[in-house]
Design a protein around this ligand. Structure first.
Ligand code: ATR
Length: 285
């Protein structure tokens, strides 16, 4: 990014700790170039103890940023310190996208929109059943539960090794959400049209447990929010067992769209060239 762009364009950030592995600068940099916009988007590492000061400098305009993305471990604090968190982030208690508007710091969470937009693009009939199963009850599963509920699924079954964590989420997200221990997996997937892995199982080439997906509905789709590797062991198993699969990379790409539009004023498109760019970068590391 050259200096004139930094000075005359609009500047946005992605912050986290650590942040150097974030692919967000690649995504937003691709769009800025494609759209010919004079702006910048860069990784800005902030340790936890300095995060509140960073948000203050953002609010008073000293940082020079109009907004940005927030990732682990700052999402909860970003929500708490923002002036105008929207309804989505209030329910989640976490925000990943911030922008200044009329002197106030607004916040939302775009993970759920990234999830649904990815499935809308790759498997448009994904929302045509009543029953969804979500494996995992960590931070990443919250936005997914919210998105699946808001799309209208009647029964959402959250299965987790530590059932208490699943129960907490069932309590938080309402009566359509049910909690189960791992041992119940075979039973609860029966007839489900959507299966989502939100756990780290199978990430970075680690072995994953064998899952018998056969009780799923025949037209079911299986998806994973892990995208390294692109085809996770769970997706490989589901495909071998005859089910449609959708990888998680599109969620990463689509969750970036609303922020870009807020900061730079143009809605960018998720296209195959962008996808190929990120895949090539994943192959490097
Ligand atoms: P994140 O915020 O990325 O979701 P997390 O909060 O650490 O990360 O949650 C990780 C999820 O993966 C949890 O649902 C975790 O199950 P527990 O709540 O029982 O810890 C799940 N997970 C991680 N390793 C697992 C394993 N070996 N077997 C089953 N579940 C696992």
């Amino acid at each position: 990014m050259d200096d004139s762009r930094e000075t005359h364009g609009v500047n946005a950030f992605v912050t986290g700790y650590p942040i150097r592995h974030s692919r967000s600068p690649l995504i937003h940099g691709y769009w800025l170039k494609q759209l010919g916009l004079a702006g910048s988007y860069r990784a800005h590492e902030v340790p936890v103890e300095e995060f509140a000061a960073f948000i203050s400098s953002l609010k008073d305009g000293e940082s020079g940023f109009v907004g940005g993305n927030v990732t682990i471990p700052h999402k909860e604090l970003a929500f708490k310190l923002s002036d105008r968190p929207d309804e989505l982030s209030r329910e989640l208690g976490a925000s990943n996208t911030l922008w200044l508007q009329d002197g106030l710091l607004h916040a939302t969470n775009t993970d759920g929109r990234g999830f649904t937009a990815n499935l809308d693009e790759r498997h448009p009939s994904w929302d045509q059943s009543d029953r969804a199963v979500i494996l995992g009850a960590g931070g990443a599963s919250r936005a997914i539960i919210q998105a699946v509920r808001d799309r209208g699924f009647k029964e959402i079954h959250v299965v987790n090794r530590t059932v208490e964590r699943a129960q907490e989420l069932a309590n938080r997200f309402g009566e359509r959400v049910h909690a189960h221990p791992m041992a119940a997996l075979g039973e609860v997937i029966s007839g489900a049209g959507l299966f989502i892995n939100t756990t780290s199982l199978g990430m970075d080439g680690e072995a994953a447990p064998r899952i018998d997906f056969s009780p799923l509905a025949e037209a079911a789709v299986v998806t994973d929010i892990v995208y390294i590797p692109l085809k996770t062991p769970l997706l490989t198993q589901a495909e071998e067992q005859g089910f449609a699969i959708v990888d998680g990379l599109g969620m990463l790409l689509h969750q970036a769209v609303p922020g870009f539009e807020k900061w730079f004023g143009t809605r960018p498109a998720v296209d195959e060239t962008l996808r190929a760019l990120i895949i090539a970068d994943m192959d490097k590391h």
